[in-house]
Design a protein around this ligand. Structure first.
Ligand code: ADE
Length: 230
C-alpha cells in the first residue's frame, strides 16, 4: 500500500479520477481515497497545510492503512538561484527549519533527544522519481537535495538567505519534514517531490493558476509513471 499525500485538492482529484475501485474513508477531517492506480494499491489524501496536519495524516496512513511507502507532492519555494519556477526538487533528506532549541545549546533544526533530525529519503524511491521525471516530463528541470519545512510561508529575502545558509537546502515548504519524521518513527520509506512555485523572497510570481495547472499535470504524470515501478 503506497500512501500519497498531496497538498492540493486538484492534485488528489486528478489521481482519484485515474484510480479504480476507490473506497473513501474520513478520519481527522481528512478524506482517504483507497484503490488502485496503474495496478498498485494506493491511498491518496490531501493533508491540509502545515506540519501538524501532515504528521497526523502520515500517522493515519501508517496505523490505519499500513502504508509501506509514503510519497508527498506539492509546491515549494526555491532557495537557490539556479532552481527556477516549474523545476522539480526531489528530497535527499528533510529538516524542520523552525525547530529551534538553540537556547539550549542545540544547532538550528535539531530536535532535542532524537537520534536524527535530518530524515533521509528512501534511495530507491529517489532513483525511481528522477527516472520517472526524466521520462514523463522531460522538459522539467530536476534537482535532488535537502528540503526544509516549517509552519511559515517564506517570502522575505533575509529569511530565505538564513535558511539557505543554515541548512544548505534546495527548497522550502510547510509539510515535508513532518511527513519525514512521522514516516521515520513508523519505519516507512518516504519521498518528497516538490514543484517550485516561487523564489521564497516575495518577488514576482508567474500566473499562479496557470502554474498550478501545469504543476499538477506534471506531478500526476510523474507519480503515475513512478507508481508501477515501486
Ligand atoms: N510553498 C510554496 N512556496 C512556499 C514558500 N515560499 N514558503 C513556504 N511554503 C511554500
Amino acid at each position: 500500500m503506497i500512501g500519497i499525500i498531496g497538498a492540493m485538492d486538484e492534485e488528489i482529484s486528478q489521481i482519484t479520477d485515474k484510480m479504480t475501485g476507490v473506497a473513501v474513508t474520513e478520519t481527522a477531517g481528512m478524506t482517504f481515497n483507497r484503490g488502485k492506480l496503474n495496478g498498485r494499491e494506493i491511498v491518496a489524501v490531501r493533508s491540509g497545510i502545515g506540519k501538524v496536519n501532515a504528521a497526523i495524516c502520515t500517522q493515519i496512513l501508517a496505523a490505519d492503512f499500513h502504508a509501506d511507502h509514503i510519497i508527498n507532492t506539492g509546491v515549494a519555494g526555491s532557495l537557490r538561484n539556479e532552481i527556477n519556477i516549474g523545476d522539480v526538487v526531489i528530497s535527499t533528506d528533510a529538516v524542520q527549519h523552525d525547530m529551534d532549541a538553540t537556547g539550549f545549546g542545540y544547532k538550528p533544526g535539531v530536535i532535542p533527544r532524537m537520534k536524527i533530525s535530518d530524515f533521509p529519503a528512501d534511495e530507491r524511491l529517489r532513483k525511481l522519481a528522477v527516472q520517472a521525471c526524466r521520462e514523463a516530463v522531460p522538459s522539467v528541470g530536476v534537482y535532488e537535495g535537502r528540503i526544509v519545512s516549517g509552519d511559515q510561508f517564506i517570502s522575505d529575502r533575509q529569511v530565505k538567505e538564513r535558511l539557505t545558509k543554515q541548512f544548505d537546502a534546495f527548497c522550502t515548504e510547510m509539510e515535508g519534514a513532518a511527513i519525514a519524521q512521522a514516516a521515520y518513527l513508523n519505519n516507512i520509506p518516504f519521498l518528497i517531490i516538490r514543484a517550485i512555485s516561487d523564489k521564497a523572497d516575495g518577488s514576482a510570481k508567474m500566473d499562479y493558476s496557470e502554474f498550478e495547472r501545469r504543476a499538477i499535470n506534471n506531478s500526476v504524470a510523474l507519480l503515475t509513471c513512478m507508481i508501477e515501478r515501486i
